[in-house]
Write a protein that binds this ligand. Structure first.
Ligand SMILES: N[C@@H](CCC(=O)N[C@@H](CS)C(=O)NCC(=O)O)C(=O)O
Length: 245
């Protein structure tokens, strides 16, 4: 039986795992859960409310993008998602940890207040979904789902604006990792797979694509994860919040 991966369509850590499974050539099926409601389902199935979670052959359950990638490397060592050389391995693990704990979470905190204030963009985030809901249903659902997500992610417009003030330093860090080879090698490693989907989701906001796109990390993320869903037009983030980016 192929592995069963539980996702929310367009979720950046889910993209991480999908790509890892594809790189390793492992058979899997995805189960798409509706955003917001997924937290309750995941809590029951995995004991933890976040996607991604995977049920591997034999029924083993693993939750969390980093834990899943570690397990995939054990089950299917090639191509390895971590370098063998200890110093490079430590650097990739640290970049992956930062990508998960800092950038991935900040991406949610930046996206949700913006989407909630621009509900007409919501249908673009379900492009390519297995069960796309009709656009009017999505637009109607956004105020409710958006408010739930603000709560789950402890965010607001003010929190987003504080995150945006950090964005420049975060992009400097990613560009430095690209320059020193921690990221951007010939075969994607675990840190590439963790960080690039967050940048892609940030670049779904035109206001941030204008900032990220011209930097080395912009085209790198676009090349690694072409065709990610979602589009928030320029102006979705208030100009004042962008002033310090
Ligand atoms: N950092 C963890 C958690 C991922 C995560 O927070 N996923 C979000 C969707 S992008 C989620 O399921 N949030 C639901 C919640 O916070 O209850 C990972 O990489 O697996």
């Amino acid at each position: 039986m192929p592995a069963k991966l539980y996702v929310v369509h367009g979720s950046h850590p889910c993209e991480t795992v999908v790509r890892a499974l594809e790189l390793k050539g492992m058979a899997f099926k995805t189960v798409e859960l509706p955003v917001g409601m997924h937290a309750g389902v995941m809590r029951v199935l995995f004991g933890r409310r976040t996607v991604p979670g995977i049920v591997l052959e034999g029924g083993e359950k693993v939750s969390g993008s980093r834990a899943i990638l570690r397990r995939l490397d054990e089950l299917r060592p090639e191509p390895a998602l971590l370098p063998a050389e200890p110093e490079r391995r430590a650097a990739v693990l640290e970049a992956e940890r930062w990508g998960d704990e800092v950038l991935q979470a900040a991406t949610r905190r930046i996206l949700w207040p913006t989407l909630l204030a621009n509900a007409s963009a919501a249908p673009s985030f379900s492009e390519g979904a297995k069960l796309p809901l009709p656009a009017p249903v999505l637009k109607a659902a956004i105020p409710l789902v958006g408010r739930l997500e603000l709560k789950l992610n402890a965010t607001s417009a003010a929190v987003r604006d504080a995150d945006l003030r950090e964005l420049g330093a975060w992009l400097d860090r990613i560009d430095a990792w690209l320059a020193d080879g921690t990221l951007g090698g010939e075969t994607p490693n675990a840190a590439d797979l963790q960080i690039a989907p967050s940048l892609k989701l940030l670049m779904a906001m035109e206001d941030l694509r204008a900032v990220i796109g011209p930097r080395p990390c912009g085209p790198w993320a676009d090349a690694l994860f072409p065709g990610s869903p979602g589009h928030l037009p320029a102006g979705a983030i208030p100009a004042a919040a962008l002033a310090g980016v």
